[in-house]
Design a binder for this molecule. Sequence first.
Ligand code: CA
Ligand code: CA
Length: 337
Amino acid sequence: MTAAASAHPGARRGWFLRRFAIAAVLAACALAVAISGNGLELIEGLLWADEVPRGSSSELYVAPNGSDRNPGTMARPFATVDRARRAVQALPEPWNRDVIVWLRAGTYELSSTLELSTGDSGKNGYRVIYQPYGYGTPRQETVALSGGTRVTGWSDPDGDGIYEARTPSGAFRQLYVNGQRATRARAPNADADDYREDAYVPIAHWDSPGYEYDADPNEGNRRIGLKAADVPASLLKLPASQLHRVELVVQRKWAQNRVRIDSLSPEGPLTYLVPMEPERALFGFGPPRIDGQWAHLENAFVLLDAPGEWFLDVDAQKVYYKPRPGEDMKAAVVATP
Ligand SMILES: [Ca+2]
Ligand SMILES: [Ca+2]
C-alpha cells in the first residue's frame, strides 16, 4: 500500500472520472512553471472556484520543511510537489472521492519542470486539486512554485554599494530579489512596474509620425528624437557594442515597443536615436506614433544608479545589483527566471 493510501484507507472504494480536471491542471501548471514569481497564486485563479466540502476528499500535504520519505500527512508532509504527484498516481483505484494536495506556505524550487500528464488526472469522475493550504479562507497561505535559477556569491569588492555575482546561465531579462522583481537598470529611475508620468520621458519628435499605412516615404529612415536633457550623457560615451544592447521602451497607446539603439546623435535641443534593425523597420506596426508618448531607456551598467536596479553583463557573465534599503546580499535569495 502506498503512503498516501495508508493515510486514507477509504481510498479503495468507487471513484469516478471527470475528464475536464486534468486539462485545467495542466494549463495551470504550465503557466506556473513558466514563471518564477508567485506561480501558485496564478494557479488558484485557474483551478476550481468551488470549495470541496471537508470530509469528501483525500488529502495529501507538502511543506518546504517536509521530507519525501514522509507519508504526506498533515503532521508528516512531503517536501516536493512531484513527490505528492507520484503519491496521487499510486493511489489505488477506483477512486471514490476528490484528492486535494495541500501546499503549505513557502517557495518550492523546481530543479526540473513539473510535468503533469493524463496519468496524473483525477479518476472515476473525481478530481485531483493542488492548492495552497487554507485556500479560499482568510488564512490562505502564500505559496510559490519557482523554476528560477539562484544567483549566489554576491560581493562588493570596490565598496561602491553595487554588488556583483557570476551568473549561472546565459542571458535573462528579469531578476528577483527576495521574491520581489528588481528593476533592469534604467533612466529615468523608477520601479519596473511604475506607471507614474515621471517614470518616463516624452518622445520629443518622431521622424515619421502617424500610422504605418500612411505609406510614409521616410519609413526606412525613421529616427526618434528625445530632449537632449532626457538622454543621460553617459550613454553618449558608450562604445557601440554596449550601446547596441541599450533599449528604448516606448509606451505607444496599447502597444509597448522595445527597440535596441544603433546610434545616438545630439542635434541642438534633441538627441536623435536610430533603432537597430529589424526594430526600426518594424516600428511601422501598431498604434500611431504621437509626439509626447512615454518612453524610458534600459539596460546599461551606466544606468545602474538606484536601489533595486540590476544589470547583466552578458560578455563577462556577471550580474550587478544595487540593494534596496534593508537588503542583505549575504542572505538575500536572488533568482533569475
Ligand atoms: Ca561594487
Ligand atoms: Ca537608473
